[in-house]
Design a protein around this ligand. Structure first.
Ligand SMILES: Cc1cc2nc3c(=O)[nH]c(=O)nc-3n(C[C@H](O)[C@H](O)[C@H](O)COP(=O)(O)O)c2cc1C
Length: 205
């Protein structure tokens, strides 16, 4: 069994994470990647719907093609793994059984399913996809911090052609892709944080 590294504390991870766009060629051990994904999948979502899905792309040819679909951004090819985070609301809604808590049984279970379906029935697939993408950004936030905690670098990316990415990876037309996430061991330091001060963002009432 591979021994997993000890993660840093969450404060250190938040302070040290920054976008990294150059990576060492070292592969990411699969047990470590699985552990990180397992932890990130603890992220919460409305109704616990978990509409997110992930493709972990390691194949060099696919990564090269993804780079082309990402306006040539080289980190997509250089990173040993590219996580393609997408939301598939149609799949999620077709499998509500999977996500409703086992503690909810009988009539309450059926009522919960019906109320979820009713909430989305009035939306067209595009609006549903948008909703799913919003939920998936919660998972993305978890991923960024957990990766950093384990000494792995990443850069969230929206600079890609979603239709090309969907065609390349065989994703359904209704899927939304909130981000591509190249991941690897860092080969640069990245830029120091430049953030709005707390006073600009938060008001205590
Ligand atoms: C949703 C999202 C999309 C982004 N898209 C890109 C991208 O396509 N290419 C890129 O180089 N950086 C991209 N970034 C990285 C941001 O530029 C970066 O997070 C921001 O400047 C703050 O810097 P830091 O991540 O180093 O703290 C994206 C970030 C987010 C959250």
């Amino acid at each position: 069994m591979t021994t997993l590294p000890k993660p840093s504390d969450v404060r250190t991870a938040a302070l040290e994470r920054r976008s990294i766009r150059r990576y060492r060629p070292d592969p990411i051990p699969e047990p470590l990647l699985r552990e990180i994904l397992e932890l990130a999948l603890k992220a919460p979502s409305a109704w616990n719907l978990q509409p997110w899905r992930i493709l972990a792309v390691r194949d060099p040819e696919l990564k090269r093609a993804l780079k082309e679909a990402s306006f040539g951004q080289r980190q997509v090819e250089e990173a040993p793994v590219v996580l393609v985070l997408y939301a598939d609301m149609e799949d999620a809604l077709a499998h509500l059984e999977e996500v409703i808590h086992p503690g909810v049984q009988g009539e309450r279970r059926e009522a919960q399913k019906a109320s979820i379906l009713k909430a989305f029935a009035g939306m067209d697939p595009k609006a549903r996809a948008q909703w799913g993408a919003g939920q998936s950004y919660i998972l993305l936030g978890y991923l960024l911090l957990i990766l950093q905690g384990y000494g792995l670098a990443s850069v969230p990316m929206l600079g890609f052609d979603p239709e090309r990415v969907k065609a390349l990876l065989g994703l359904p037309a209704h899927a939304a892709i909130p981000a591509l996430l190249p991941v690897g061991y860092p080969a640069e330091e990245g830029f120091p944080h430049h953030r709005l001060p707390l006073e600009r963002v938060v008001r205590f009432l």
